[in-house]
Design a protein. Structure first.
Length: 264
């Protein structure tokens, strides 16, 4: 991978694309992150590129194994079964080694396809979460409810969500952590709450979702394109935080939010 071009003020499109795909070295990744922290132009390019990549993945990479593939495997197994023979003495025939091999290959194929589909789906969902977070960083983005008061933010969701959640008061949040506001979003075709926080001036998006309608969220990756994704669960909810803040600070915020659900 080529080094980030230091002769110009901005990283080029290829470098920014490699940054999004996690193809840069740690030092290169850090250099781009530092540049994005102070460059609105490059941040908008990263946002639009991320949204394009996610839309392309959703549109072009949905895969379901065709029923004809399984039919061909079943037919092959049937052909390889030993033919019955008429004998005066009953005999037990074992399945030929080739039939066992074909059967094992078929099972491996099915398991591999299922694993691939689950991994692919979690990557798409992680990309959608990052898209939502990056959208909040745009200067044109305005939360639907703007308030640092949990008694204003939480009631706003009543009647808008099929579930409810608790928010800690300001004293219950980690040091230098502030609630900014919230949005109602749709994620994986289900309504969800997007809470907006700041930690040491870093923007943080926290998603509250129902566990019953999003079981696959427990397998989300921990990082994507230089951002941390922290997933925690209560008996009824998933709490997912996305930010470029120090992972330890993000962990403390998620832990405070999970504790608040205990009084729910």
């Amino acid at each position: 991978m080529n080094q980030i071009n230091q002769s110009t003020e901005h990283p080029g499109p290829d470098e920014l694309s490699a940054f999004l795909d996690g193809e840069l070295s740690p030092s290169e990744q850090q250099g781009v992150e530092q540049h994005l922290a102070g460059c609105h132009v490059c941040t908008l390019f990263v946002l639009s590129t991320t949204q394009l990549k996610a839309a392309t993945a959703r549109a072009g990479h949905r895969f379901t194994a065709p029923s004809e593939a399984f039919a061909r495997v079943a037919a092959q197994l049937h052909l390889q079964q030993p033919q019955s023979e008429t004998k005066t003495t009953a005999r037990i025939y074992s399945i030929r080694p080739m039939a066992w091999a074909a059967f094992a290959a078929a099972i491996l194929l099915v398991v591999s396809l299922l694993s691939w589909r689950q991994l692919h789906q979690t990557n798409i969902l992680a990309g959608e979460l990052l898209d939502q977070h990056l959208a909040t960083l745009s200067t044109a983005a305005t939360p639907q409810v703007i308030s640092t008061d949990r008694h204003t933010v939480k009631p706003w969701f009543q009647g808008r969500l099929p579930f409810s959640f608790n928010l800690p008061d300001a004293e219950g949040l980690p040091s230098d952590t502030t609630l900014k506001g919230a949005d109602l979003i749709y994620f994986n075709n289900q309504p969800a709450a997007l809470l907006l926080f700041t930690i040491h001036k870093h923007e943080v998006s926290v998603f509250f979702m129902q566990r019953s309608t999003n079981p696959i969220l427990s397998t989300l990756p921990n990082t994507r394109a230089g951002f941390t994704l922290h997933t925690a669960a209560t008996p009824d909810l998933y709490v997912i935080a996305v930010s470029d803040v120090n992972p330890g600070d993000l962990d403390r915020l998620v832990a405070a939010l999970v504790r608040a659900q205990a009084s729910h």
